[in-house]
Design a protein around this ligand. Structure first.
Ligand code: MF3
Ligand code: CO
Length: 246
């Protein structure tokens, strides 16, 4: 069942979202060559706690960290590591803050130092696809309209959508209905209505979108070793433009 949020509940999710976006802004300054994603994870946990929030990913289905940190052939749900980042890598940091019982979720891919034009383009196109998806996210449209918009960007630019991972409703729980696929057909799927709060979080890869999960049960790698980028916002559906909460 879909939980439609009241204005007061949207305000609470927005408060959680401010903590997530504030934390991302700080992480952006810290993700330099030589930094480790374990340091970033500790920073993010301390940031969330010092703002009165809980790192909702930590302990979620046994996930051991506050953030997911995904680099190289890991496209999402990677464990933070005690290994210095190298110039030229891209790394995705994903986190959920819970404040007063309400959650907000955002993932962002960062460049470590100077990166190749190829990776720069992958990042820019994936981010653009997120915003094209958000542009479709309004009352009266359908879930398939979001997926179609995202997929169109990938196809036009020669990337693949990793469809093993999808966006979701969010609120008191991290994962609520509806499921938000990043591929789809216009005019199909659940109808969007004011008060819904969802994430859109496309992952695009340079090569084949097939994924394997490591024996740790989390780390998601491309089967062919190709690199991915992911951008995710939590947003509220209205009768007009969506409100980005992260
Ligand atoms: N933030 C993720 C999402 O977009 C959830 C990651 S799984 C977790 O749905 F266990 F790390 F929380
Ligand atoms: Co997320």
């Amino acid at each position: 069942m879909i939980h439609y949020k009241t204005d007061e509940q949207l305000r609470l999710i927005r408060n959680a979202g401010r903590i997530v976006s504030g934390c991302h802004a700080e992480i952006a300054k810290r993700l330099r060559p030589g930094a480790t994603t374990l340091e970033i994870d500790r920073f993010a946990e301390a940031y969330m706690r010092s703002h009165g929030a809980k790192p909702a990913q930590k302990g979620y289905k046994g996930y051991p960290y506050a953030t997911c940190a995904s680099a190289g052939d890991v496209v999402c749900h990677g464990f933070p590591r005690d290994v210095p980042l190298r110039e030229g890598e891209i790394v995705t940091i994903d986190m959920v803050a819970e404040l007063d019982g309400w959650m907000a979720d955002s993932a962002w891919t960062y460049a470590v130092g100077r990166i190749s034009p190829e990776l720069e383009r992958l990042m820019n196109v994936t981010k653009h696809a997120l915003y094209q998806g958000i542009a479709q996210a309004r009352a009266g449209k359908r879930i398939g309209d979001i997926g179609y918009a995202v997929q169109q960007v990938a196809e036009a630019e020669g990337y693949s959508v990793v469809d093993a991972f999808i966006g979701h409703g969010i609120g008191r729980r991290m994962h609520e209905e509806p499921q938000v696929h990043h591929t789809g057909k216009p005019g199909t799927g659940k109808k969007l209505a004011a008060g819904m709060v969802i994430t859109i979080e496309p992952i695009f890869v340079l090569g084949d979108p097939h994924i394997h999960i490591d024996f740790d049960g989390w780390t998601a790698r491309t089967a062919d070793g190709s690199v991915g980028a992911q951008f995710e916002h939590t947003l509220a559906i209205t009768d007009g433009e969506a409100i980005i909460l992260t």
